[in-house]
Design a protein around this ligand. Structure first.
Ligand code: PEP
Ligand code: CO
Length: 502
């Protein structure tokens, strides 16, 4: 795959002076999966957004952005990022979109998983490997149950910025700016750490690039080969019920491969040696996203090149605001988080705004309500979307509607997480619609951040290995347990459908 970066025509010389930021002098960078001749025209963008530019969001109201003291430094840091290579390629986004389209019809299933927020201090090859192989293990379990391909999307290589419900935090009478993720400021409760530092943008880009390099190595260098399924087990999982259940499946995969080899299958086929793995994060920090927005010279369309998939958070999805404006113009597959506050008419308007061409796979609706609210509210949303003829991929985030504080720790209960997934599958079953995926905050580490599950992590265990700087994550054992539950639901769904068509 050749990469061409060159200076395209200057599409703007200045940007609106919104939020007091001086104009960025950079010119748009063209990115191509194949070396196409440089065009000198203004790009025609998708979705009737012909006058859309990566800077268009600047003329809209914007929330959840950091207050930088030195705005000139932000411009310099963004100019540096704008000169850097894209982290992903447009062609990969198009392939992912086609996979997500399959998930909207039940012919694939999506697994989103990773940290609530990546941290500079927790950056290590081993941690990346452990999350990666846990996601591989889970996808084997899910594929076994669902009998469909599993689309793997890591909340990684860019999941740094966090929306906050309050912009300040007060401890012992001292009030400081809230921690907004390592791409913006530090988690320590000091004035120095909480100052928003523009050069963290560049550090986050560099960490993302190094992370992606390793992920690509794992995906295409043999590590993810199907013949290695039984070697992906995490050491500390060996004596757990989930570990045993996984090894049972791994054994069956090995037997099936041996059988297929005996039948003459070529083990050098790409599907035997490689796997597709995609990255995603919340599209929150728009200075950063703008700096990584590039024009694909194959299609003459804009792509957000910070990750394959970008989603709009629950707090930033206002129809006339900056985040929706930015996301409607990039051609990546995108998501929108939706809580029980979403109104059926509003969801239809929002979908029409970001996917007016109704392209399958373009939009995933990531529902995060808590089980009870989901049973009450999701049917009306599904009904409104169906009535309007809009195609979306429905995904369940069972994490963000289930956060509570116990003994001073922000935590989640395994049973509530599982109940929300159960409710999600039940509702889709009743409505005759498709549960397309799950979105989890999880880690390959042996942490104690969520209560319950087979390992029976108790309230008292929370302080033993509580490492997250942000939301509590499922640990490896709890994650695999969830995968087995989802696999069971997928199998049930498959059997019900088969019975109906028989
Ligand atoms: C998140 O996914 O980390 C998040 C903040 O989600 P939401 O926007 O749904 O609250
Ligand atoms: Co979170």
């Amino acid at each position: 795959m050749k990469l061409q970066t060159s200076q395209g025509q200057a599409l703007r010389t200045s940007r609106p002076a919104v939020r007091g930021l001086p104009a960025l002098s950079r010119r748009p960078v063209r990115v191509s999966a194949i070396a196409a001749p440089e065009k000198q025209s203004t790009p025609a963008s998708l979705n009737g957004t012909s006058n859309w530019q990566p800077t268009s969001w600047r003329s809209k109201p914007v929330v959840q952005q950091p207050e930088y003291l030195d705005k000139q430094e932000v411009v310099k840091a963004c100019e540096e990022i704008a000169r850097m290579p894209p982290l992903i390629f447009a062609g990969e986004c198009r392939t992912l979109q086609s996979r997500l389209a399959k998930a909207s019809t039940g012919d694939a299933f999506v697994l989103f998983g990773g940290d609530c927020a990546e941290a500079f201090s927790q950056f290590s090859a081993n941690r990346i490997r452990d999350l990666y192989r846990l996601l591989l293990q889970m996808s084997i379990v899910l594929a076994f149950g669902g009998g469909v391909p599993i689309v793997k999307l890591g909340r990684i290589a860019g999941q740094f910025a966090k929306p906050r419900s309050a912009s300040t935090e007060t401890i012992g009478g001292v009030t400081l700016p809230a921690y907004r993720g390592d791409i913006i400021n530090g988690p320590e409760f000091t004035e120095e750490a909480r100052r928003c530092d523009p050069w963290r943008l560049v550090r986050a880009y560099n960490q993302s690039a190094a992370t992606l390099n390793l992920l690509r190595g794992f995906s295409y260098g043999g590590y993810a080969g199907l013949s290695r399924v039984s070697q992906w087990e995490l050491e500390f999982m060996k004596n757990t019920p989930e570990g045993h259940a996984y090894m049972d499946i791994a054994k069956r995969v090995d037997e099936a491969i041996q059988f297929m080899i005996a039948c003459g299958m070529d083990t050098n086929m790409p599907f035997m040696r490689e796997t597709e793995f995609y990255t995603c994060h919340e599209c929150l920090l728009l200075d950063y996203e703008e700096a990584l927005t590039r024009l694909d010279s194959t299609t003459d369309k804009w792509y957000g090149c910070s990750a394959h998939f970008l989603w709009c958070g629950e707090r930033t999805r206002q129809l006339d605001h900056a985040h929706v404006e930015f996301l409607r113009g990039v051609n990546n597959p995108i998501g929108v988080k939706v809580s029980d506050k979403m109104d059926p008419n509003d969801i239809v308007s929002l979908i029409a705004s970001v996917n007016p061409s109704n392209t399958p796979g373009r939009l995933s609706i990531i529902v995060r309500m808590g089980a009870k609210a989901l049973r009450a509210k999701l049917p009306a949303l599904i009904e409104a979307v169906q009535r309007s003829g809009q195609v979306v991929t429905w995904v369940c985030d069972p994490m963000h509607g289930n956060t509570e504080t116990v003994s001073g720790f922000k935590t989640r209960r395994y049973e509530n997480i599982r109940s929300e997934i159960e409710a999600f599958f039940d509702v889709h079953e009743k409505m005759g619609t498709v549960p397309g995926g799950v979105h989890l905050e999880m880690t390959g580490d042996n942490v104690t951040e969520c209560i319950g599950g087979g390992a029976s992590i108790s309230e008292d265990d929370l302080n033993s290995r509580y490492h997250t700087h942000c939301d509590p994550r499922l640990n490896a054992e709890q994650s695999l347990e969830i995968a087995f539950y989802v696999a069971q639901r997928l199998r049930q769904r498959r059997e019900n459908l088969a019975a109906k068509t028989a």
